[in-house]
Design a protein around this ligand. Structure first.
Ligand SMILES: [Zn+2]
Ligand SMILES: [Zn+2]
Length: 291
C-alpha cells in the first residue's frame, strides 16, 4: 500500500486541480492520498468526488501556517471539522494576511527595479485561495527575471532576502489544540527543512505533544538521511507517528513527484486511530477517509 500524506493542488500553490491531482495519484500507484492545501479546505469537495471516481482513498487535510517563537512552522492537520468556528476564524486571519502581503511584496520588488504588477501574480495564481510567494515566484519566472521558483526565493522572496515581507501565522501550540478541538490530528510538516534552523527542536516538542501533537513528517525531500534518522529517533522517544510524503506541487516544485516518500501502513493506521479518538473526544462532525 502506497500512502502519500502531503500534497497541494491549484487551490493553494500546486499546479493541478484537485481532480487532476487525484487522477495523477491513481496513475502514480498511490492508494491513499491526503490533499493538504495551505490554510484551506476549499479543494476538498472536488477531491472527494474524484477520489470516489478513481478509487483512491482520500484523507482530507490542510497545511496550516503557524509560528513558534518567530520561526515559521508548517502544521499538517488531518480530518478536522472544517466548520469549527475557531479554526475557520484562524484560517481566515492567515488568508487575510496573505492578501495584505502581496501588494507589499510587489511594491518591494518594484523598488528593486523589477517591473512586476499584482496582475502578473494573479495571472499565475488562478483559482488559488490566496496569492502567495510561490505565485510571485512563478510571475518572476514568467517575466524572465529568474529561471526558477528556487532562484526567485533565493534572490528575492525567502526570509532575509530583499523582497521578503512577513505575515500573520497562527501560534503553533494553540493551533494544535484548535485542530484537536475540531476533531482532527496534527503532524509537523518538514520540521527540519531547508531553513537550517532546527526548530521545533527536541525541547520544543514536549509541550506540543502535551497539546495533542500526533506526528512528525520525517521522510521529506528537504531532510537529509541523517536528519531523518534523528527525527525518527525523537518520534520514537515521544511516541509520535512517523509520516513520509511527497509535498507534491504538480509542476510547481521539482523533485516532489507523488510517492517520492511514503508513509508506512502501520504508521498510517496509528494516525487514523488517533484521529478517531480526537473525533470522538471533540463531539464534532468530522470528515471520514473517502475509500
Ligand atoms: Zn510546507
Ligand atoms: Zn506542503
Amino acid at each position: 500500500m502506497r500512502i502519500d500524506l502531503h500534497t497541494h493542488s491549484r487551490v493553494s500553490d500546486g499546479t493541478e486541480s484537485p481532480s487532476e491531482l487525484v487522477r495523477a495519484a491513481r496513475a502514480a500507484g498511490i492508494d491513499v492520498l491526503a490533499l493538504t492545501d495551505h490554510d484551506t479546505a476549499a479543494g476538498w469537495p472536488e477531491a472527494v468526488e474524484a477520489a470516489r471516481e478513481h478509487g483512491v482513498a482520500l484523507v482530507r487535510g490542510m497545511e496550516i501556517s503557524t509560528e513558534l517563537d518567530g520561526h515559521g512552522v508548517h502544521l499538517l492537520a488531518y480530518l478536522p471539522d472544517p466548520t469549527y468556528p475557531p479554526l475557520v476564524e484562524e484560517l481566515g486571519r492567515i488568508l487575510d494576511g496573505r492578501g495584505l502581503r502581496l501588494p507589499r511584496m510587489v511594491a518591494r520588488l518594484r523598488e528593486l527595479g523589477v517591473a512586476i504588477t499584482e496582475a502578473d501574480v494573479h495571472a499565475q495564481s488562478g483559482d488559488a485561495a490566496a496569492s502567495g510567494r510561490p505565485h510571485v515566484a512563478d510571475a518572476l519566472v514568467a517575466l524572465g527575471v529568474v529561471a526558477s521558483r528556487d532562484e526567485a526565493f533565493d534572490r528575492y522572496l525567502s526570509a532575509g532576502r530583499p523582497a521578503y515581507v512577513g505575515r500573520y501565522a497562527a501560534p503553533l501550540e494553540p493551533m494544535i489544540r484548535t485542530v484537536a478541538a475540531a476533531g482532527g490530528v496534527t503532524v509537523i510538516a518538514h520540521p527540519w527543512g531547508r531553513s537550517g534552523r532546527e526548530r521545533p527542536d527536541e525541547q520544543d516538542l514536549l509541550p506540543l505533544v502535551e497539546a495533542g501533537l500526533s506526528g512528525l513528517e520525517v521522510d521529506h525531500q528537504d531532510h537529509a538521511p541523517e536528519v531523518r534518522a534523528r527525527l525518527r529517533a525523537i518520534a520514537r522517544a515521544l511516541d509520535l507517528v512517523v509520516t513520509g510524503s511527497s509535498d507534491h506541487h504538480g509542476a510547481g516544485k521539482i523533485g516532489h513527484d507523488l510517492g517520492v516518500n511514503t508513509t508506512a501502513p502501520e504508521e498510517y493506521a496509528r494516525l487514523l486511530e488517533r484521529a478517531a479518538a480526537a473525533a470522538a473526544a471533540s463531539g464534532r462532525r468530522t470528515p471520514e477517509v473517502v475509500r
